[in-house]
Design a protein around this ligand. Structure first.
Ligand code: HGY
Ligand code: MN
Ligand code: MN
Length: 401
């Protein structure tokens, strides 16, 4: 059971006709992946459990002080094959290898599949790990709705789960550290000539909803001067976001340490011959510090409000999901970097490890992504680097376990 074979075994699950994967929380694809995870773990003699939030944990041994390894299996819409599944497959492969060589852990080892890391259906990133650690309340989570208007509570019930069971997970009391292996997102390891890296930190980041409201009207009968078209303020805001994230932080007089993306928009009524009445758009913003993130988002909102005012439209904004700066446990990351002789690098991507880091010592290993592309079908890692990632994880489990 090696990681490349495990990944090949799920290659067809949730695959889009044009390539890439859509595996959203509680959809058919992730339900198939749950079965794959349970079957693979059971084949290794692990005891598979599921907490009230839908996080799956497969245990090698019982009791306190467990080492947790793993990642997530859900994807963004039309995402890549490795973001998440590489970490879960590598964790299962590492356990398989350790068992095959007769190694015995001195503490319990658990492999985890965190549910809904991407927030691709209900809009909040790392929903499973946030619920498990109490970083989001059950009520707030259960009320979240997907694009079809179904709440998390309704969707979980439809999949035979009891929504009243969500909340802080008991297994946290038995876990004392977490190591997540993940495909690199961005291109840092390739130029540095390393197949594996250790994470230093995760940038603060957030998701913000913008509701632009105007006056729907006829595209042919309404003079340009008579319009209150919310599409204009939306368009101005997209361009402002790019400008503001690109100019960098003059007070620090350094290169831009920020990211701003409008990747999701909904236009109502969405008719070719109607001026829209509303445009709803979501901003993903990230920066090297919480102060820079706050300044960036505030400046973007200011530009949106000014644009709406000029057009006689309105805009309302609210944060839907925010994650503060994460510094991974210094002692653990230094220990792993020394053990693996691996470089230490920051990441602009969020992870369940970033949520767990608030609760227990946590570290991340990155496996080289030659192009750095992620959240797209072209995401990749070579089979050799995937094996090298498992080698590294085996050494980490032996060192910590
Ligand atoms: O959005 C992120 O940074 C992560 O991939 N969920
Ligand atoms: Mn992702
Ligand atoms: Mn991920």
């Amino acid at each position: 059971m090696d990681a490349n074979d495990l990944l090949a075994g799920i290659e067809a699950i949730g695959r889009n006709p044009g390539g890439g994967y859509t595996r959203l929380a509680w959809d058919d694809a992730t339900m198939q992946l749950r079965e794959w995870f349970a079957g693979s773990a059971a084949a290794l003699g692990l005891e598979v459990t599921e907490d009230g939030n839908g996080n799956q944990l497969a245990w090698w041994g019982h009791g306190p002080d467990a080492l947790l390894v793993g990642s997530h299996l859900d994807s963004v819409p039309e995402g890549g094959p490795l973001d998440g599944p590489l970490g879960v497959s590598s964790a299962l492969a590492a356990v398989a290898r350790l068992k095959a060589e007769g190694w015995q852990p001195s503490r319990p080892i658990a492999v985890v599949n965190f549910t809904d890391e991407e927030g691709g259906r209900f809009g909040v990133a790392c929903l499973g790990s946030r619920l498990a650690t109490g970083a989001i309340t059950p009520d707030a989570a259960l009320a979240l709705r997907d694009d079809a208007g179904d709440s998390l509570a309704e969707v979980m019930s439809a999949q035979g789960r009891d929504p009243r069971a969500v909340g802080r997970a008991d297994w946290l009391d038995n876990v004392s550290s977490y190591v997540e292996l993940h495909v690199e997102q961005g291109r840092w390891l390739e130029p540095h000539g390393s197949a594996v890296g250790v994470a230093s930190a995760i940038w603060p980041h957030g998701r913000y909803r913008f509701d632009f409201c105007g006056q729907g009207n006829h595209a042919g009968a309404t003079a340009m001067a008579d319009r209150h078209d919310p599409m204009l303020a939306y368009a101005a805001t997209v361009l402002a976001a790019r400008e503001l994230a690109t100019i960098g932080d003059r007070s620090h007089s350094r290169s831009p340490q920020a990211r701003a993306t409008f990747g999701r928009v909904r236009v109502n009524p969405g008719s070719t011959n109607s001026i829209p009445s509303t445009v709803t758009a979501w901003l993903d913003a990230r920066a090297a510090s919480e102060a820079e993130l706050e300044a960036l988002v505030g400046a973007i909102i200011g530009r949106a409000e000014a644009a709406a005012l000029a057009d006689g439209t309105t805009v309302a904004t609210r944060a839907e999901s925010t994650t503060g700066a994460v510094e991974f446990d210094h002692a653990l990351r230094h220990r792993l970097a020394a053990l693996l002789d691996a470089p230490v690098l920051p990441t602009g991507a969020g992870h369940d490890a970033g949520i767990l880091a608030a609760t227990l010592p946590t570290a991340m290993l990155f496996v080289r992504n030659p192009t750095g592309v992620s959240h797209a079908p072209e995401e990749s890692a070579t089979p050799d680097d995937i094996d090298t990632g498992v080698d590294a994880l085996v050494r980490v489990v032996k060192e910590l376990g």
